[in-house]
Design a protein around this ligand. Sequence first.
Ligand SMILES: O=C1O[C@H](COP(=O)(O)O)[C@@H](O)[C@H](O)[C@H]1O
Length: 243
Amino acid sequence: MNNKHVEVLPDKTALIERARERVLSEIRTAIERSDRATIALAGGGTPKPLYEALAKEALPWDKIHIFWGDERYVPPDHPDSNQRMAREAWLDRVPLPPENIHPMPTGAANPAVDARTYEQELQAFFELESGTFPKFDLILLGIGDDAHTASLFPGTEALQVRDRLVTVGNKDGQARLTFTVPSIDAARCILFLVSGAGKQEALDRIFAPEANPFVYPARFVQPREGQLWWLLDDAAGRNLGVG
Ligand SMILES: O=C1O[C@H](COP(=O)(O)O)[C@@H](O)[C@H](O)[C@H]1O
């Protein structure tokens, strides 16, 4: 796959700085191409300093639309909410028009209903024909120690869903909302951020020539036409033999 780029940065500070550069470049390119930039965010701890760095940028915020690639099934003010983290670290600190923020809904008391609602929002926003997937300008992703990405967890039904944009993920019996594999793979650019020794083993399996993607779900991420970036810090990526 010649659209795959892997970089190992010396430490987390360098990783975040490189990610900031890449995100700004993708935003610039998208706005030049279509006068708007569509970005789907990751949750978890790794991207938080990136979001804090982006909050300091002067950008054409009215042209930037923010979505999420996955969400914990909790209210938006819950400490585990991916939306809450991104709002606190970034979105609430910049003049983004409220209508440019497109959180995953979690209020229906039924994750399948909320997944369907978000799917419809994406279909309307991207003006999608039935059976097609949105081309996000950028999808940010992380991985867990178990090689999950977004909320696509090992051995779960969500991994098999190919006819939906958004589905219900399952982390140890707890519902999540998540982009499906084809929704991720349709993006123009996918940027993984991975930090820390705890991710080393998972990365080794994700990058191995052969391993079961149902066990190591991040292996499913293989964009059809878009660019795939893996930015790793040394603690995570030192076994991979990448310069
Ligand atoms: O639960 C999640 O975990 C992954 C990885 O999170 P991290 O804390 O190890 O950075 C994240 O990418 C995903 O969006 C999130 O919901």
